[in-house]
Design a protein. Structure first.
Ligand code: MN
Length: 257
């Protein structure tokens, strides 16, 4: 049997399960909100063109409008000033969009402290148990935050001091960018950086370091709880928006049972 025939047989017989890590896209899908005076991204919107009516008797279709960074989405290197001369989302090599995942579960820490940040020591402890992070793969940060994705308010979890959502420390972001073999960081939150990362030094270190190193971000993922710590294969499909800084994306995981 060829590898692909074996893969199809494994999928149809459920030896390999296909999981959807993508949040449904609706006008209610949470989006990032920046403080004044910064410009805001759009929510996802459908605008009906026709629906089996005099505008088009046999067909239904919509125009869509959305931010590039709305819902489950891909951050390309040129999203950040540190990566401004690097790949746009259409230039990301497609080979990198099929990649292994390491899943680190910090749901307990996050439940106790929504401002929890991942440190290099947490990854080193994970590596002692599960082995090295995968070359060319994703580090997926499982925080339990996907349970809040039905509500913009719960998802952003903001008070007068700004949002309180988990993320990655400055040191850890630098390590992921410069030392770790991964191509990117996947998270369940609205962005790869912690809610409090506006006041880190530097601010938004995952964006600054990872995108500046030509690596990627994946956000608003769901169902990471169903992934094993190692062994899942992630298929990511951002739209090839020419010149774009990112794209809403379907993210699938193949998991061997
Ligand atoms: Mn983004």
């Amino acid at each position: 049997m060829t590898v692909l025939a074996d893969l199809l047989d494994a999928v149809s017989s459920d030896r390999i399960q296909v999981l959807d890590l993508t949040a449904p896209l609706t006008s209610q899908t949470p989006v990032l909100v920046l403080p004044e005076p910064f410009a805001q991204t759009n929510t996802f919107q459908l605008e009906e063109i026709s629906r089996y009516d005099d505008r088009g008797p046999a067909w239904y279709w919509n125009n869509i409008s959305t931010g590039e960074h709305t819902g489950t989405h891909f951050d390309a290197p040129n999203h950040w000033i540190t990566g401004k001369d690097l790949d746009d989302v259409s230039q990301v090599p497609v080979k990198r969009l099929v990649a292994p995942a390491a899943v680190i579960d910090v749901t307990e820490q996050t439940a106790a402290d929504p401002d929890f940040v991942l440190e290099v020591e947490h990854i080193e402890a994970w590596e002692r148990e599960h082995g090295a992070l995968p070359e060319g793969g994703w580090l997926m940060l499982r925080t339990g935050w996907d349970a809040r994705s039905h509500s913009q308010e719960e998802f952003l979890n903001a008070d007068e001091n700004g949002p309180h959502t988990p993320g990655v420390s400055v040191n850890c972001a630098r390590w992921l960018a410069d030392k770790a073999p991964v191509i990117g960081l996947g998270v369940e939150t609205v962005g790869t950086d912690a809610g409090g990362a506006h006041s880190f030094d530097p601010a938004f270190p995952c964006h600054a370091f990872l995108l500046g190193a030509g690596k990627y971000g994946l956000t608003q993922l769901q169902n990471l709880a169903q992934l094993p710590p190692t062994g899942a294969v992630i298929i990511t499909a951002p739209l090839p928006i020419v010149g774009g800084s990112g794209s809403p994306t379907r993210v699938l995981a193949l998991v061997e049972r």
